[in-house]
Design a binder for this molecule. Structure first.
Ligand SMILES: CC(C)(COP(=O)(O)OP(=O)(O)OC[C@H]1O[C@@H](n2cnc3c(N)ncnc32)[C@H](O)[C@@H]1OP(=O)(O)O)[C@@H](O)C(=O)NCCC(=O)NCCS
Length: 181
């Protein structure tokens, strides 16, 4: 399954300094299933995201988000991963796991250089479509409450907040969001 998401949102999103024209971000966002050849690139993306995250996140979480190629290959056994590319560069990823007719989204990341350009929205659009075809009735995701960008994204994409699990992961609150599909 390949989805193309025409997007030049970067043109509007990154206004240049000193009144210069905004930096133009070329290319369409393409979302596809990850291939085994891309495992090193996806591990490099997770590492970059973790290294650029602001402080305050549990070290266990950060460690869990930096798989080795071997670890990521084992993640792929139970989870369907989609990646986003622009101009051939891998810039985002999300995993989808269907259990009991519900699809959980895991390990959603976007390259910090390409944020607020619709990359996560494109990934989640494809993930929701994939979940629908897999006969899931709902898509759900449980970000740490501290991940405010993820919370903003999920609300923007029409997910409803259905609960908070207090001190659920490494003593951090977790917010639970779902979207009926
Ligand atoms: C969360 C994350 C995946 C969002 O990726 P993204 O590609 O920048 O998201 P999009 O461009 O598709 O954003 C769509 C909308 O989500 C909301 N949103 C995205 N980032 C936001 C932020 N930092 N603050 C508030 N709202 C935000 C906005 O409504 C945005 O629309 P707008 O840009 O028109 O205002 C990215 O910030 C990231 O990788 N964060 C670190 C890892 C993480 O938190 N993963 C989620 C685990 S569940």
């Amino acid at each position: 399954m390949t989805t193309e998401h025409g997007s030049d949102r970067g043109t509007e999103r990154n206004p240049g300094a000193n009144g210069k024209p905004p930096e133009k971000v070329a290319g369409t966002i393409v979302v596809e299933r990850v291939t085994h050849q891309e495992v090193p690139a996806i591990c490099a993306l997770y590492k970059k995201v973790v290294e650029t995250q602001p402080g305050g996140l549990p070290v266990e979480l950060l460690k869990g988000w930096t798989p080795t190629p071997l670890e990521f290959t084992s993640w792929m056994e139970g989870v369907t991963y989609f990646v986003a590319r622009r101009d051939g560069r891998l810039i985002g990823s999300v995993g989808c796991e269907v259990r009991h007719g519900a699809c959980q989204l895991v390990h959603l990341v976007v390259d910090p250089e390409f944020r607020r350009q619709g990359v996560a929205s494109a990934l989640l659009g494809t993930a929701v479509e994939w979940a629908r075809r897999a006969n899931a009735a709902v898509v759900w995701v449980d970000p740490l409450a501290k991940l405010t960008a993820a919370v903003g994204l999920l609300k923007q994409l029409g997910f409803s907040e259905v609960g908070v699990l207090h001190k659920h992961m490494w003593a951090e609150d977790v917010r639970v969001f779902e979207r009926q599909i």
